[in-house]
Design a protein around this ligand. Structure first.
Ligand SMILES: Cc1ncc(COP(=O)(O)O)c(C=O)c1O
Length: 392
């Protein structure tokens, strides 16, 4: 594996000259190449017109599907480009048919956006939501999952890397169990994309959703959905369609597009898409294994240093810990702490307990600070955060 050229990636990242940005789990700093792609497309739209700019850039815009497909080891026909992870996830979830009494299995660290959708379908369709308990490390307990499976389980739907807590759930092992029992498997890879390699065949998932703005370093307002070809071939119907997702072939009939773009609608921001494509290519050029090595190594370093601070508590769990570090400092409100650091040009976040309500309740979590270094972060920037925390 080639080492990352830190000088180069920082030279590519103008934001590092302005802030110490330790919030890749929120929205990472974009490389200049991404910023240029956005600006360039908008400029072209202004110069020659929106439809004309789309036509002129059609080939490279089509290439965005290839890039995202390469990122997750899928075929471009299995990719839908959408506005954010939630839209992608919801398109998959709401396309699934359930009967009253059907069970879905999810995890304790499930994200709020997904869980409220489960609750809606519990109310509307009578599905039963069953939460797989966590093991002693806080990850999905695979034995417990196996023991919960019966013929009523119609979907396994989990968050791979939760929004907080450092946790990396065993998404591939979960997929193997789901596959063994022929159960549909939906993966929320929102926080995974851009910090760890993704291979939909290794995960054995049917659907996978992710966002562009976090560890992928793409623009805000971008996301994607992967849909396994077999579901497309079987005619999976999106919950909503328009004349882009389906052709109006007779007065009383439509035909769905053959590819995953049936989950898209006609109008889109092509500037954002261009930016997403460049961000994905940028990550692929560096290499996801190298990115993971560096980002996770820096997070470990940060954890060790925070641990030494008087009054600090770390809240990260799991057998393997990712680039998201969560902690509190005695006597400091996490929101005020993050706001204070922002004035010093250090960006970290505060995490609302309600974004992972079940995990919060199980672990009795308070509001937390969360920091997420990325591969472009330096050891000096880690030290700068720790020094600022020490002074509080
Ligand atoms: C685990 C997880 N899933 C889904 C989302 C939602 O992503 P988006 O805001 O792109 O819809 C988030 C956002 O923080 C997340 O952390």
């Amino acid at each position: 594996m080639t080492a990352i050229d830190i000088g180069q990636v920082r030279a590519d990242t103008p934001g590092v000259n302005h802030v110490n940005h330790l919030l890749a789990c929120g929205s990472a700093l974009m490389p200049q190449q991404v910023i240029d792609a956005l600006a360039d497309h908008h400029r072209l739209e202004g110069q020659i017109g929106g439809y004309e700019a789309h036509a002129e850039r059609l080939e490279s815009l089509e290439g965005v599907y290839d890039s995202v497909a390469r990122l997750v080891n899928a075929s471009p026909t299995e990719i839908a480009l959408v506005e954010n992870a939630t839209v992608g996830w919801a398109h998959a979830f709401y396309a699934l048919d359930f009967e009253p009494g059907d069970r879905i299995l999810t995890c304790e660290a499930e994200y709020a956006a997904n869980y409220v959708a489960y609750l809606q379908r519990a109310k509307r369709d009578g599905i039963v939501i069953d939460v797989i308990p966590s093991d002693e490390a806080g990850a999905i307990d695979l034995d417990a999952m196996r023991s919960m499976i019966d013929t009523d389980v119609k979907l396994v739907s989990i968050t791979w890397i939760p929004t907080n807590g450092g946790l990396v759930n065993p998404a591939a092992e979960v997929g193997a169990i789901a596959k063994e029992h022929g159960i549909t498997y939906l993966v929320d890879a929102c926080q995974a994309a851009g910090q760890t390699p993704i291979d939909v065949d290794e995960l054995q998932c049917d659907f996978l959703s992710a966002t562009g703005r976090k560890f992928l370093r793409g623009p805000r307002g971008t996301g994607f959905l992967y849909v396994r070809q077999s579901h497309l071939d079987a005619g999976i119907e999106p919950a909503i369609i328009d004349h882009y997702g389906a052709d109006w072939v007779a007065d009383d009939r439509y035909e769905l597009r053959p590819d995953a773009r049936r989950f898209e609608t006609w109008e889109n921001s092509y500037a954002l898409r261009a930016g997403l494509g460049v961000a994905v290519d940028y990550a692929l050029d560096i290499g996801l294994p190298a990115i993971q090595d560096r980002a996770w190594g820096l997070a470990d370093l940060l954890r060790a240093k925070i641990d030494e601070l008087p009054g600090s508590t770390l809240f990260d769990i799991g057998h393997t810990k990712c680039a998201i570090v969560t902690f509190t400092l005695d006597g400091h409100d996490p929101y005020a702490l993050a706001a204070g650091l922002r004035e010093q040009k250090i960006n970290i976040g505060a995490s609302d307990p309600e974004t992972t309500r079940l995990d919060t309740a199980a672990r009795q979590l308070p509001a937390l600070n969360r920091a997420a270094p990325h591969y472009f972060t330096t050891e000096d920037e880690i030290d700068q955060l720790v020094a600022a925390l020490a002074k509080l």
